[in-house]
Design a protein around this ligand. Structure first.
Ligand SMILES: NC(=O)c1ccc[n+]([C@@H]2O[C@H](COP(=O)([O-])OP(=O)(O)OC[C@H]3O[C@@H](n4cnc5c(N)ncnc54)[C@H](O)[C@@H]3O)[C@@H](O)[C@H]2O)c1
Length: 378
């Protein structure tokens, strides 16, 4: 089978994960990359052995059917819409756009043209999150009633080489990290009905301590501490604490779900693996066996030296196979649009003092079949 040819626009920090992931795939292949900084595209092309092109040439290439948008959040909508205008399917990094209104236009355009939109995160397709999904679907913890999600650190200016976008529209802990958590909650519980939030900004500026911009100052345009409560259509309500103003905390469980017959401790939805736990009424925590699920084996060394499972790109591979097999893809535009509406609503609720009722909903993505690799998407 000839591999599906992919183009990539945006050759920054995260692009290596995609280029490495594509190199491991038997179904897709990167044909070319582009960036508004042509030197960035040329550097990645030389490193990974494909072509660097101008954005126009990449979009005009008839062999390329799907274009991956790895630009910064503020550029997601204009670049995705340019890709759709060129008649190609688009798979975007998160969030789908810096604003819900722009993302809505992107999906409308795709629907009119009969093209697909896919969007990160795809971490919820990982072994540990799918094991949690299977557990909830099997009724092991009964009916989910409540839960908690916690995102806490002191931001990205200590490690990202160009961290300004984290503090501009489309950034902040809610829009940057929130997609991982809300997507996994929707995967587990279904869509959100309404929510309320309180938002504040800890510091008006941030000083970069990473290289090469060490000492540069960023003006912060977004809330950096947000607390909220979400009511899901299935009746469960969940709290979200999201902050980049926290030096230290002791809330070690990223996602917890409490049901009528037990409780579940999820794992960091920024990764694909980890050890989720479950308990029955009055029981002890038991580790869930994730070994029958694909995409859970640790394969990447983190900055702290520990190993984690990172299969960023499988959402794109699922979309490529879904187009071929004429079935819905899992990391879909509709899911990402709903998640983006949720994320944006926290700040709106904080401003107005009111609960926000969501205008969008979505289907829960199909569970990933048991198996050992990307063949599960066939
Ligand atoms: N860095 C990470 O660890 C990480 C992890 C997961 C997701 N993401 C997401 O991936 C996206 C990119 O993040 P990054 O860290 O790679 O950012 P980055 O700033 O390192 O890279 C972005 C690249 O896009 C290019 N670009 C920007 N606007 C463009 C435009 N209009 N046309 C063409 N090229 C353009 C820039 O020149 C740059 O090379 C963001 O949405 C981010 O949220 C990043």
């Amino acid at each position: 089978m000839k591999k599906i040819q992919i183009g990539v626009i945006g050759c920054g920090n995260i692009s290596d994960a995609y280029f490495k992931g594509a190199a491991r795939s038997q179904f897709i292949q990167v044909k070319a990359c582009a960036d508004m900084r042509s030197e960035a595209a040329e550097q990645k092309a030389a490193l990974y052995g494909f072509q660097a092109m101008s954005i126009d040439a990449l979009l005009a290439d008839p062999e390329i059917s799907i274009v991956v948008n790895l630009t910064i959040p503020m550029a997601h909508a204009p670049v995705s819409q340019q890709i759709l205008k060129a008649g190609k399917h688009v798979y975007s990094e998160k969030p789908l756009s810096a604003t819900f209104a722009e993302a809505f236009t992107t999906l409308k355009m795709a629907n009119e043209k009969g093209l697909r939109v896919g969007c990160a995160p795809d971490t919820f397709l990982g072994a540990s999150h799918q094991a949690c999904r299977r557990l909830i679907d099997a009724g092991t913890i009964g009916q989910p009633v409540g839960g908690a999600a916690v995102i806490m650190s002191h931001g990205a200016e200590s490690w990202h080489p160009n961290p300004e976008f984290f503090y501009k529209a489309g950034g902040g802990p809610v829009l940057d990290m929130g997609p991982y958590y809300i997507t996994q909650l929707v995967n587990l519980l279904g869509p959100v009905k309404r929510l309320a939030g309180l938002a504040t900004t800890g510091s008006a500026t941030r000083t970069i301590t990473s290289e090469p911009l060490n000492g540069s100052v960023i003006q912060v345009d977004v809330p950096t501490t947000v607390n909220g409560v979400l009511a899901f259509e299935n009746g469960a309500n969940v709290t979200l604490s999201a902050s980049w103003d926290v030096w230290k905390h002791n809330r070690t469980s990223p996602i917890e779900i409490y049901g009528t017959e037990g409780a579940m401790l999820g794992v960091d939805p920024n990764f694909f693996g980890g050890s989720p736990r479950v308990c029955s009424p009055n029981g002890e925590w038991q580790e869930l066996d994730i070994s029958a699920h694909p995409f859970g084996t640790p394969n990447r060394e983190l900055r702290n030296g520990s190993m984690a499972a990172d299969y960023r790109i499988i959402g794109l591979i699922d979309m490529a196979m879904a187009i071929q097999n004429k079935r819905p893809h899992r990391a879909s535009g509709a899911l990402a649009l709903h998640v983006l509406e949720v994320l944006e609503a926290f700040e709106k609720s904080s401003r107005t003092g009111e609960f926000m009722t969501l205008s969008t909903s979505c289907e829960r993505p199909a569970p990933v079949p048991l198996g050992s690799d990307e063949v599960v998407f066939c």
